[in-house]
Design a protein around this ligand. Sequence first.
Ligand code: NAD
Length: 330
Amino acid sequence: MKIAFYSSKPYDRQYFGEASQDFRHDLTYLEPRLDATTALLAEGYPAVCAFVNDTLDKEVLQTLSKGGTKYVSLRCAGFNNVDLDAARELGIKVVRVPAYSPYSVAEHTLGLILTLNRKIHRAHARIREHNFSLNGLVGFDLHGRTIGIIGTGEIGATFAKIMTGFGCTLLAYDPKPNPACDSLGVKFVTLDELFAQSDIISLHCPLTPQTKYLINPETIGKMKHGVMIINTSRGAVIDTRAAIDGLKSGQIGYLGIDVYEEEGHFFFQDLSDEVIDDDVLARLMTFPNVLITGHQAFFTAEALTAIAHTSLQNLADLEISGQCANTVGG
Ligand code: NAD
């Protein structure tokens, strides 16, 4: 199948290049992000392969449909960037990679926690300047602390399993609790209980209308003073302005984010010669107790291999039978 591959990077070409040897697809790598101005590039392509910050709203889907696109293969788990109703109306099937390596994201989550807690990012910067002072670098033992996990799917449950090794008390909230968490000693509680009792809160839910701005002035107010919040899910689960207020007052003691609600303008690009015109992001970058990574939690060799294979298999399934188990939105 001819596939227009948007937002392509050198690593995509490497991993999809290797995986495509098992398929008979014809991939055209396009560097631009998919949006209303670039959708025409897919004219004549029955399939489009898109990533987390590509825009698949009604206007874009209409242009794709007019150009003959029938399938959208998301090379990611989340599908919050797709207007699924519009896709259904236009007869475009949307498929995704529901699970690739939950370890990749869960392990990165732990990396953010340990780095923020033990201030490894600051220690590294200091020592490069020959400053071996420990002032201001005090951390805390994770052992005995309470971790609140919001969303206990593939990644949340994997993260819970990792944290059992640290001797933490594990609380979780999920409208559909994952039974795999029971044997890990995870206690499912209400959101309010989780907010009130957790030393560290880690977000592993999808971005939906229910989870948008789940972390907001009111919920931040329900948390322990000095709480650590970690977000590797989707940026808009946190109201970033509210988080900044929480950091300024000290109510939030640490913030680790791999995702940001306006990340589409910045992440995955080298902007080192540019002025950052987003004052919210710029303010976040000034805090010593904020750690930002650019949506790299998934970025392991194992995950990239699995993502490439499943994305291409999904399209092969659709080509052969018109059906795919990884279809989203019916
Ligand atoms: P999953 O579908 O296996 O699990 C999501 C869980 O969230 C489910 O158990 C679901 O019941 C729960 N949930 C739904 N609504 C909720 C709510 N209102 N409150 C609490 N929980 C809720 O997904 P996953 O593979 O574990 O991934 C979780 C999220 O992580 C994805 O949706 C995606 O946004 C994000 N993600 C980020 C990266 C990254 O690189 N940063 C990579 C992969 C996935």
